[in-house]
Design a binder for this molecule. Structure first.
Ligand SMILES: [Zn+2]
Length: 293
């Protein structure tokens, strides 16, 4: 009799321990930094939700990124996986085959995609550099988050509205800040800025290296020097994530000035300010205002 009671009590204790462990232990996984920045805003103040980002902020874009064992473990315990889409996560088929039940939310749904000129992918995936696209991405991600975490629906919706308002203000600021600049043509370092250029009325006249890691042949370098000279030495924009040797060589040959634009794929991994994306974009605006005068 006493034994049964102890067993019953143990059973109840064990059950409640299990329930406590599972309640509030939702895990949201993001694929890389720009998506992490959006998710941080959307989940701000959500108790008991763990946000895990796969590619370390130093990775930059996901071009040729391989999932690690740790990444697959994080995905295996995820309640939802937030991705950029548009081909950025080239490992997606692998994830869907191995984790067929994992809900995946594609931030690029409904975004008007541009073709990829490097020929490596179907579309250019750097959609977040248009602040208008970022609003769409936040809406897509929030819809997927609300489906996966219905108990946080109100909070996520309020966060989405606040974020969308901030991004709309940023979009206007970029549009107005670039509209009156006398120069429109820019030469960029990797194929990250076509969406930005389309949104804010700039012309990407040439791309120095299409993707990080690609190296230029002497002939390609000579062609770029010719192009830059022909265009009247437009400013060259390198990126903090990638070496700028090719741009420096072109600058030395032509006299074109070098500036830095940040595609916001890297940043702090701890204590990330909620406004990090906006801060970076406003710095980019300042650089462009100086470079395109
Ligand atoms: Zn890229």
């Amino acid at each position: 009799m006493k034994n049964t009671l102890i067993k019953k009590t143990l059973c109840i204790l064990l059950l409640s321990a299990l329930l406590t462990a599972s309640a509030g232990a939702e895990t949201v996984v993001t694929s890389f930094y720009p998506i992490q920045l959006l998710a941080l805003n959307l989940l701000h103040g959500a108790d008991g939700v763990e946000l895990v980002n796969l590619a370390a902020p130093g990775t930059g874009c996901l071009h040729d990124y391989q999932l690690s064992t740790g990444d697959m473990k994080a995905l295996a315990r995820a309640d939802v996986f937030l991705i950029n889409g548009a081909g950025m996560e080239s490992y997606l088929d692998h994830v869907m085959q191995n984790l067929p039940d994992l809900p995946i939310v594609d931030a690029s749904a409904g975004v008007e995609l541009l073709e990829d000129v490097s020929g490596e992918m179907e579309y250019n995936a750097h959609i977040w550099l248009d602040a208008g696209n970022a609003i769409r991405m936040a809406e897509n991600l929030s819809a997927g988050l609300i489906e996966a975490l219905p108990e946080q629906a109100e909070l996520i919706a309020a966060n989405r509205d606040a974020l969308a308002a901030r991004l709309a203000a940023l979009d206007t600021e970029l549009r107005e800040g670039i509209a009156g600049l006398p120069r429109r043509d820019i030469v960029t370092f990797h194929e990250a800025f076509p969406y930005f250029a389309r949104a804010y009325g700039l012309e990407v006249a040439a791309v120095v290296v299409l993707e990080p890691g690609d190296s230029l042949s002497p002939r390609q370098l000579a062609e770029l020097v010719d192009t830059v000279t022909r265009l009247g030495n437009p400013p060259l924009f390198t990126e903090p994530q990638y070496e700028s040797l090719a741009a420096e060589t072109i600058a030395a040959e032509t006299g074109a000035p070098i500036y830095e634009l940040d595609p916001c794929v890297t940043g702090p991994s701890e204590d990330i300010p909620l406004t990090y994306y906006e801060d970076v974009m406003r710095r980019n605006l300042q650089v462009l205002q100086e470079a395109l005068q």
